[in-house]
Design a protein around this ligand. Structure first.
Ligand SMILES: Nc1ncnc2c1ncn2[C@@H]1O[C@H](COP(=O)(O)OP(=O)(O)OP(=O)(O)O)[C@@H](O)[C@H]1O
Length: 438
């Protein structure tokens, strides 16, 4: 892969007072990033390499001009150096744009996978916070870009675990657990048997949406048997951490809840209306991540599956998902529809209204399954307030809440054909003009 390096010239002319300083960019092919500091105007060093190799010249141009503008503003006392932020990586994530990391790079970024960098553990590995050093030599400013690194356990059992969740409750037959095997990240998508991590990367590499977590790259070092995935860092972690917290400092306001459900409806609608639809299959609060502004992003495509591509309405195969969120047509009948995601979305809507988990064995009998218990309250406007999350202390839009409750009831209909499409759900939520503040 050719690497572009931007050289700057023409610095002798005085910089204008406003607007970006003119810079001249010359693409130069260089063999690696140990650039001899002899050519004037090198802007980069260290781990900035991925920016150089991944961004287009346009991105480079905006980065350079921005840096100049900020540097000059800083000199004029307008901006403190620590305010400097690098532009985000390009939005389009495609296979070719993904960065291939070495294990050493990710080890350094996570301080050797230090325990205090651990963000959480999931079905097939642990997720660590990482800091990638990026330095702009020209300005002398450095910054660390935050990333999230998912490290696959050597013996991943996610598929098995998901099966057990369903099986424990006696809802499915003895599962035929797929054997773990590795096809390579991008060849696996059409294989019947593939690992969750392959599925995750191969789907995430094909999608791009503001409400879907961005895949930045991966590391696949066979000699070390290491498989790692690198994502954008999501500051506030997963939705369930906030929604079910007892602590009031993690309380999600009504406006934030609306922002989250609207963003998720858009993400699912995007997946379902792709040329060949993608069924997410494991929609739940722990797979919704929140950034610093509580913008929600769908994550964890480990169970995602291509939807029907031949005009039929469902696909079949092993039943996978999480108990409490799986529609009856799939759980009992093994038929997976695009609208099976709509069912799971409806259950999440109920959780967002009530602040209660989809399934909680600690609740009194009759209340343990949220869908069963909440349906009569959700269907009757006059009863809705009895089940609204008490932590909201009544601070919610009554009309909005009843409209969302009515949507939830439609989403969890036993027959998938009676459920709305995610496109319709997204449009209805948009129509409520919900996104004023969080
Ligand atoms: N991009 C990210 N930024 C910040 N935190 C993250 C990110 N991805 C995951 N995490 C954290 O790591 C935890 C584990 O994530 P992971 O996707 O492995 O598992 P999960 O979705 O919680 O569980 P499972 O995979 O079993 O469904 C999450 O709950 C979340 O708190």
């Amino acid at each position: 892969m050719g690497i572009l390096c931007c050289c700057i010239s023409g610095q002798s002319s005085p910089a204008p007072e406003t607007g970006p300083v003119p810079v001249f960019l010359a693409p130069v092919s260089i063999p690696d990033l140990d650039i001899a500091p002899t050519s004037p105007g090198h802007l980069i060093e260290g781990d900035i390499s991925f920016l150089v190799s991944d961004v287009t010249v346009n991105n480079w141009f905006s980065m350079v001009t921005m840096t100049f503008t900020r540097r000059r503003s800083a000199a004029l006392g307008k901006t403190a150096p620590e305010d400097i932020e690098l532009p985000d990586l390009p939005d389009e994530t495609s296979e070719s744009k993904l960065r291939v990391f070495t294990f050493e790079q990710l080890k350094t970024a996570t301080f050797s996978f230090r325990s205090d960098m651990l963000l959480g553990k999931g079905g097939f590995g642990s997720v660590y916070k990482g800091l990638l050093k990026e330095k702009l030599i020209f300005t002398g400013y450095a910054r660390k870009r935050r990333i999230a690194v998912k490290k696959l356990d050597s013996d991943s059992k996610q598929g098995l675990r998901q099966w057990q969740v369903l099986e424990k409750h006696g809802d499915v037959a003895e599962p035929d657990v797929p054997k773990r095997c590795f096809h390579g990240f991008f060849n696996a998508i059409d294989c019947e048997v593939r690992s969750d991590i392959e599925t995750e990367v191969s789907f995430l590499a094909r999608v791009s949406h503001p409400n879907i977590v961005k895949l930045l790259g991966y590391c696949q070092e066979n000699e070390n048997k290491e498989l790692l995935i690198v994502y954008q860092f999501m500051e506030k972690g997963s939705l369930n951490y906030h929604l079910f917290a007892k602590r009031t400092d993690r309380l999600l306001s009504w406006a934030t809840r609306l922002k989250i459900i609207t963003g998720m409806a858009r993400a699912l609608s995007y997946l379902h209306t792709m040329e060949r639809p993608i069924i997410f299959r494991d929609f739940k609060t722990s797979n919704i991540l929140l950034d610093e502004n509580y913008t929600p992003k769908l994550s964890d495509f480990g169970l995602a599956k291509w939807g029907p591509g031949d005009g039929s309405s469902y696909v079949t195969g092993n039943v996978m998902g999480t108990y409490g969120y799986v529609g009856p047509e799939y759980k009992k009948g093994g038929k997976l529809y695009v609208k099976s995601d709509v069912y799971s979305y409806g259950v999440v809507l109920m959780e967002m209204l009530t602040g209660l988990r989809a399934i909680d064995k600690k609740r009194p009998p009759g209340q343990q399954d949220l869908r069963e218990w909440a349906l009569p309250f959700l269907s009757d406007r006059t009863k809705l307030r009895h089940i609204m999350d008490p932590r909201l202390q009544g601070k919610y839009g009554t009309k909005q809440a009843s409209e969302i409750a009515a949507l939830a009831v439609r989403c969890v209909k036993a027959n998938p054909t009676f459920r709305p499409s995610m496109k319709e759900v997204a449009e209805r939520l948009d129509g409520l003009k919900l996104q004023k503040k969080h």
